[in-house]
Design a protein around this ligand. Sequence first.
Ligand code: HEM
Length: 411
Amino acid sequence: MTATPLSRRALLGGVGAAGLTVGVAGGALGREALAADPTADRAGADERAAGALGRAAVPFFGPRQAGITEAAQARVQWAAFDLAPGVGRDGLRQLLRQWSATAARLARGETAEAAENQIALDAGPCGLTFTFGFGAAVFEKAGLTDRRPAALAPLPAFPEDAIDPARSEGDLWVQIGADDALVVFHAFRVLQRQAAGLAGLRWQMAGFSRTPGATERPMTPRNLMGQIDGTGNPKPADAGFEEKVFAGGSDWMRGGTYAVVRRIRMLLDNWEALPTDRQERVIGRRKSDGGPLSGGSEHTPVDLTATGADGGLLIPADAHVRVAAPAANGGATMLRRGFSYADGMAADGAPDAGLLFVAYQADPGKGFVPVQRKLARGDGLSRFLRHESSGLYAVPPGAPEGGYVGQQLLD
Ligand code: HEM
């Protein structure tokens, strides 16, 4: 029996909202394979299921870049590059041409034409996606200051920010996601080596989410605080989804989006000292199943007005979901697609772990910025967080077949 190759886009199409169904692919297929061939030994069936996960391929070319509306993969690498001194528009074009051609090959499961290092030889693409973005500084270096979008204005400083500039911003942002760590690292190293002479690495971060098939049923993933995270995300079927997440207008960013990227450390020692019911009040949702404290199950709409027998609000005044909700922020909406990170102990002896937060929106001034302003002041969760790095990137639309990302700007 041959397992049917899977397309992550086909599988996840219509779901879109980050992190909802990645578990289905591996898990469902594993069970299907066993049921379809009862005489097969278990190891054989598991091998076929695993092979199918490897064959999952997300096309690189398309109207949108990949890695935005698909469910988060098990592994991610984020990196920012700065152009080498003297590299201008031509060098930037050369780099994005090379990176786009390579990304398209790797996403199909082929080897790279240049700088191939055989790290991922035995694996399929495993749902490999690439997402490229431009930081504000690259426009001047490329002599394109007049094409820098207004929406790329620097983010304001927020109260309690502890931003490390060495791990923030950068001329180019690259997100590489796949369901296998070797596949991700391979793609990252190839891109890094192809950039030699044109751009150098500024910072790099590795993250993870749930491994497909790890849960018995499809589930929204949990973060390192143990919360089900991603439920309240806008869904592609929601009215206004396109306009709120993807840029309109008629310039080169039409169909692109803006990524706000924050490395948010979780103060886990403090968090884990709180009893579960207090943790739930900090968020406004139950830990067990993600259901709102106003009642119902995970996908029941949150009722911010609901009160208990004592007349008190069931979702506390400083609960994260209340303070962050679009309803409390003039409709401000963003698509969150974060990953966890865990990098050992920090200098203060506490875990250097947390959330690689990324939010996509048509305009950060109408998405992340007003919401984070409010969260920094009045969110019960902020006592347990530290924002340690920050970046804002213009993520252009996808490249047409044979084209490259950023072509509308650079040609
Ligand atoms: C480590 C940091 C953070 C953690 C652990 C966290 C966790 C959560 C959790 C558990 C939920 C409820 C489930 C869900 O709807 O996804 C949630 C909702 C939400 N979060 Fe966060 N969050 C963090 C940072 C942020 C930041 C920085 C922003 C934006 C500035 C943000 C915006 C939102 C929004 C918009 C919602 C949905 C609210 C709703 O309409 O129900 N979060 N977050």
